[in-house]
Write a protein that binds this ligand. Structure first.
Ligand code: FES
Length: 184
């Protein structure tokens, strides 16, 4: 009954209300913007190491393929050529069968070396002991590239880096070869 008559909203009070609403929304906007920017920056800091960790875990899971190539008893200190097939997955093709060749021998300290025959100059195929002028060397017929027995390029010949080596392991008397490792 004694209800207080509502105060008419003057243009001044209306202006204050609008101003307050405006300030809140501006504040909210700033808060959201800062949160968004902070979140983005945090993700930039967190994602790369996380991805690197995941990659290494996944890489470990997808073990590099190794294939039995020869009996260790066949390997002497004279390089011998072996061919083998690896099934490789790359970005474009899955289960791609690829044939590789390796020059395999026992080095002076008894370690096994498995060299790629692909010349590091322009990709021709090197051969062991094939040029009578350069005995006990790998020789590339394309441009006269030469490598010592351990696959190291001989200075003054076109190749500028050693022959790549295959990853290897010996298990139950067998030599297994895997991916190529560049030595450039
Ligand atoms: S490709 Fe072997 S020396 Fe050029």
């Amino acid at each position: 009954m004694n209800e207080k008559p509502k105060q008419p909203q003057t243009s001044e009070t209306f202006g204050e209300t609008a101003k307050t609403k405006d300030e809140i929304s501006r504040r909210q906007f700033l808060t959201y913007t800062l949160m968004g920017t902070g979140g983005f920056m945090a993700s930039m800091l967190i994602i790369p190491p996380l991805r690197a960790t995941l990659d290494s875990v996944l890489q470990k899971k997808q073990e590099e393929p190794m294939v039995a190539v020869a009996d260790v008893s066949e390997i002497t200190d004279e390089p011998k050529r072996f061919t083998f097939t690896l099934t490789i997955d790359d970005a474009w093709v899955k289960n791609q069968k690829t044939t590789f060749t390796a020059w395999v021998f026992k080095s002076e300290n008894g370690d096994i070396m498995a060299l790629s025959p692909i010349c590091t100059h322009l990709g021709c195929t090197v051969d062991w002991n094939s040029n009578p002028k350069y005995p006990e060397e790998f020789f590339c017929p394309c441009h006269g590239g030469r490598y010592s027995k351990d696959g190291v390029n001989i200075p003054g010949t076109p190749p500028s880096s050693p022959l790549a080596v295959y990853a290897y392991e010996v298990k139950d008397g067998k030599l297994y070869l895997g991916k190529l490792i560049s030595r450039s």
